[in-house]
Ligand binder design. Sequence first.
Ligand SMILES: [Zn+2]
Length: 254
Amino acid sequence: MLFRRSTAVAPQPEPLAPIVLKIEGREVVVSLRRHPRARRYTLRVRAVERDVVLTLPSRGSVREAHAFAQRYTGWIAARLSRLPERVALEPGALLPLRGVPHRIVHRPDRRGMVWPEVAGGEPVLCVAGELPHVARRVTDFLKREARRDLTEASRRHAAALGVAIGRITLRDTASRWGSCSSNGGLSYSWRLILAPPFVLDYLAAHEVAHRREMNHGPAFWATVDRLFPEREQAERWLRSHGASLHRYGERAGG
Ligand SMILES: [Zn+2]
């Protein structure tokens, strides 16, 4: 998952200095990448990373890239302005937990805990302790819950398939929701705890199925479908809403 194959030989481009554009009084950094198979200059505004990448053809010039970026400042500005707002994990913020929006509520009178409850008919996530620690406490809580749900789901699918799984690692990667190593180690994005449970369950089925088939061939998909028949629905959810899971809190990169 998610279909970024590592079989192709990765290009090793020389590092190019980024371009800094002035757009509406703000500095916007555009990273330059040279790609041997690119035929023209292309611009991308990446939603998850919230950055701008300009790809040059192998024989393209940096000067031409500058002119290209300048020509498209309007387009870049429009794209950047349409990115969803980041949501800081602070009191008052709305945060999805297992797909259900929870309001973060600070409870300084209580000690060192985070717990969900329903207050006034609204699901809330209560955070004890001091205000400067709220964001870290919420993140730690989400990672703990993610580990619990992903461990349970991975073990359940592994038992159904009759395969062994290794260590479960949580990451915060922009490019993939999960991966499975040849020794059975499973790695997942902790942000899956923000998605509806069927999405997390699908990712666990997907990675566990790689214990049988280390590829995305027909036998692999047949195995996934046996473990998790609602695959299409889960993938559709990820395509439509996956990027939005990266809005919450700090992104660790990677
Ligand atoms: Zn896969």
